[in-house]
Unconditional design. Structure first.
Length: 460
């Protein structure tokens, strides 16, 4: 599944309906705390002046076949909201600096259905959906999520479902589950087969357990050591993208994005075999390719970046909706590496060495070190080949969506799907950044392709 912005999703003209959650039951005080990352997000966005603007949502788009059954869709969304407790809960940052939570019980949420009885063209669909998502997904309001359906009028029937939620409710892996769960519940509600979704735990319980586990962490913990060392070596700020991005614009300028497929399924399998022959994993091979691109363009053999790491370590959280993400700094040197296998081995050693960092919430590490952890160059990897319905993603035009960003950083996502490997990158909206990030991505692709073609490469 590709991670793109709404502007890059193929739209059709049609009739829009907005589905806005509303509480029909009494809110109850809930003593469970926000997770560390949720609290940090609330505090960072409290005054609306953080670098990345007000928008911080993730979302999904996918198609349902045939005319939309509005009643069945309503039932499906209500069942889905009952399934995932964070959608029925709200953690609010008060004027006194304290965070308080309130929660609605299952069955306590309905949907306000707003139908537009006229046809939208493609441009107006994009404008309307984007405005709704930007406006109605703030972490400081409830609900911080919504659905929009587009019933096609041309060239074929069918319906596209759009969903967005603030990042505090959802992460990248949660996003790729949305199409399957909603489709299964919709088919069941329309008198189809049972959804048969596996039971799932609540991210709110995860946050409470995370807090309890982190109480005893202090400056002696290995995770703190990893971050302390990374920050010292990068002089107190995490390392930037290796090439020039140009000066940060004085006014807010939306970031640009590129998405491309670097391997098909067969090539991905061959690359995986290449990595495993040298005793390493797929992600280590990807990082080796990034390091070789860095060497080719800068002459620097040292690669420093940050990678997200999932925290779904218990089966209860396997299909939960939430922000199950830790961070780990990655640093390795490929100087003298004779071939791709050696470079991959060094990347694997770096991954292993920094694993402890992701086990402790980085917001807790910030508290201990008294230093903000602000990634500026991130390389993310997800293997989503075995997510339910993954084989059908191209057929139903399933995409993961992200909001516009305005920060002066570079994020690179590598996703292995049943159909190959997609690389998506967002970067500052300057001409200098565009030229250099596109050039860097081309060298990463060349390094990976060369490794695949020959089995070994030094990149030197």
């Amino acid at each position: 599944m590709e991670f793109t912005e709404l502007a890059d999703y193929a739209l059709a003209p049609g009739m829009l309906t907005e589905w806005l959650p509303e509480a029909t039951a009494q809110w109850a005080d809930d003593p469970r705390p926000a997770s560390y990352i949720h609290e940090a997000h609330l505090r960072r966005t409290a005054d609306g002046t953080h670098d990345d603007g007000r928008e911080s949502w993730l979302g999904a788009a996918f198609r349902l076949s045939g005319p939309l059954d509005h009643d069945a869709f309503r039932v499906a969304v209500r069942e889905w909201i009952d399934r995932h407790e964070p959608l029925r809960s709200h953690a609010e940052l008060g004027a006194d600096g304290l965070i308080r939570r309130r929660t609605v019980p299952p069955g306590g949420i309905d949907l306000d259905e707003v139908r537009h009885e006229f046809e939208f063209d493609e441009d107006t669909v994009q404008e309307r959906v984007l405005d709704l998502f930007d406006e109605l997904t703030s972490p400081h309001r409830w609900p911080a999520y919504l659905f929009v359906t587009l019933e096609h009028t041309d060239p074929e029937d069918g319906c596209t479902v759009f969903f967005a939620a603030d990042h505090s409710l959802i992460d990248g892996f949660s996003v790729v589950l949305v199409a399957h769960e909603l489709t299964a519940l919709y088919c069941e509600a329309a008198a189809g087969p049972p959804a048969l979704l596996v039971p799932t735990g609540s991210y709110i319980d995860f946050g409470a357990e995370e807090r309890s586990a982190a109480v005893g962490v202090d400056h002696r913990h290995s995770a703190v050591d990893v971050w302390r060392g990374a920050l010292m070596r990068s002089k107190g700020r995490l390392s930037e993208f290796p090439l020039d991005l140009g000066p940060k614009p004085v006014r807010r300028v939306a970031q640009r994005a590129v998405s491309e497929w670097v391997f098909d399924a067969a090539q991905a399998a061959a690359f995986n075999a290449l990595c495993h022959r040298s005793g390493q994993n797929f992600f280590a091979g990807i990082l080796a390719g990034v390091a070789e691109a860095n060497l080719a363009l800068t002459g620097n053999t040292l690669l420093r970046t940050v990678t997200p790491v999932h925290t779904r370590h218990d089966q209860r959280w396997a299909t939960s909706l939430g922000w199950f993400v830790g961070l780990a700094p990655i640093e390795f040197d490929i100087a003298g590496a004779p071939d791709f296998a050696a470079a991959t081995a060094r990347a694997a050693e770096a991954i292993s060495a920094t694993k402890p960092a992701a086990k402790i919430p980085f917001a807790r590490v910030e508290e201990i070190l008294g230093v903000p952890i602000r990634p500026r160059f991130v390389v993310s990897f997800m293997d989503v080949r075995f997510v339910p319905m993954a084989q059908e993603w191209p057929e139903i035009q399933a995409r993961a969506l992200r909001s516009r960003h305005y920060s002066h950083d570079v994020y690179l996502w590598v996703n292995r799907t049943p159909h190959g490997v997609n690389v998506s990158v967002r970067f500052p909206g300057t001409d200098t950044a565009t030229e250099n990030v596109v050039r860097f991505l081309a060298h990463v692709r060349e390094a990976l392709t060369a490794a695949l073609g020959s089995g070994t490469t030094t990149g030197q």
